[in-house]
Design a protein around this ligand. Structure first.
Ligand code: NAD
Length: 318
């Protein structure tokens, strides 16, 4: 499909608004093709509606997604509301469980166990970040790998890292690969740099790019001279959570740039706005194609969550 126009934790929801003097991105005078994540997400969801219809007709089943939210983080509330709305739009039943931030780890583990055993629920996500007293790694490991539609359980990540088919791929990296493919189908032999090495985004994405035959550098906060590494890359994916980290002179002419970052900032008039990890204005003069923020990776993350939920049901009957 054509893309011509111009968006953490489960997902982009960790940074509070900060005062800043950064310029808002200007979308004029750009040369890069804008990779439209919203349009691609709509296209993906249209396909999911058909797959859900087939499941209903063949097996009389409707996908069910449980979302556990702990505490009252406003960003998490917004992200969960959006996921529920999009579930409804395409015919997935969603069930939100809201827990007080004061509950104990054990109570959350017990809820996960009961959802794991519920045959009406095919996918289960715990909205991250959890309040600090929780052991998030233990919580993620308690989710049944067959319902882990965020793809963060060690079994699913392990399958991805070992190249074993059949696990769930984490939603944001999966969305990034789909966005890259709208511009560049064949990544064999290309140099790819992933800036940021979290379990949620950077590490799984680096493995997906490796699987595609790219030569991958995975950068972290201690990496020396990231500018030099980025400037050699054919594909750059920025996922560090640092506003406008990737500058125009970090990018080779004709590179493909995917901006995962979601940074909540406030302008000099006190108005909140979002920027990514890429200096859009400067980089768009060098890149062949790039994703905007908002409207790039964000919508694809949710669409891939919905796709993983449909896959969880399809797996039951395949
Ligand atoms: P994280 O904080 O868990 O990890 C950040 C990673 O970046 C770490 O590996 C760190 O070492 C690295 N890093 C930090 N500074 C760096 C630097 N200067 N150079 C190179 N690496 C550096 O964050 P995360 O959960 O992976 O999220 C990253 C960003 O992506 C955040 O802005 C988040 O909001 C956003 N995000 C967006 C979506 C979406 O759907 N669009 C989804 C997930 C995360």
């Amino acid at each position: 499909m054509p893309f011509t126009t111009h968006s953490k934790k489960t997902l982009a929801e960790k940074s509070p608004a900060k005062k800043t003097t950064l310029k808002k991105p200007m979308l004029e005078n750009t040369t890069a093709k804008n990779i439209d994540g919203r349009a691609l997400a709509v296209h993906l969801k249209e396909g999911l509606i058909k797959r859900i219809d087939i499941l209903k007709k063949k097996h009389n089943v409707r996908p069910g997604l449980a979302i556990i939210r702990v505490g009252d983080d406003p960003a998490s509330q917004v992200y969960v509301a959006s996921k529920k709305r999009q579930c409804k739009e395409i015919g997935i039943r969603s069930f939100e469980h809201v827990l007080s931030s004061t509950i104990e780890q054990k109570a959350l583990l017990d809820l996960i166990q009961s959802i794991n055993e519920d045959p009406e629920i095919h996918g289960l996500i715990v909205q991250l970040p959890l309040p600090k007293h929780f052991n998030s790694a233990e919580i993620i490991q308690a989710i049944s790998p067959r319902k882990d539609v965020d793809g963060l359980h060690p079994l699913n990540l392990g399958k991805l890292f070992c190249g074993i088919e059949g696990g769930f791929t984490p939603c944001t990296p999966k969305g990034c690969i789909k966005l890259i493919h709208t511009v560049q189908k064949d990544l064999k032999g290309l140099k790819a740099v992933v800036v940021g090495a979290s379990n949620l985004v950077g590490k799984p994405l680096a493995h997906l790019l490796l699987r595609e035959g790219a030569t991958v550098s995975l950068l972290n906060s201690k990496t020396k001279n990231p500018k030099s590494l980025c400037s050699q890359a054919d594909v750059i994916v920025a996922a560090a959570g640092i506003p406008c980290l990737i500058q125009g002179d970090w990018v080779k002419k004709g590179a493909l740039v995917i901006d995962v970052g979601i940074n909540h900032l406030v302008d000099e008039q006190g108005k909140p706005y979002l920027v990514g990890d890429v200096d859009y204005e400067a980089v768009s003069k060098k890149a062949k194609a790039m994703t905007p923020v908002p409207g790039g990776v964000g919508p694809m993350t949710v669409a891939c969550l919905l796709e993983n939920t449909v896959i969880a049901v399809e797996n039951l009957y395949s």
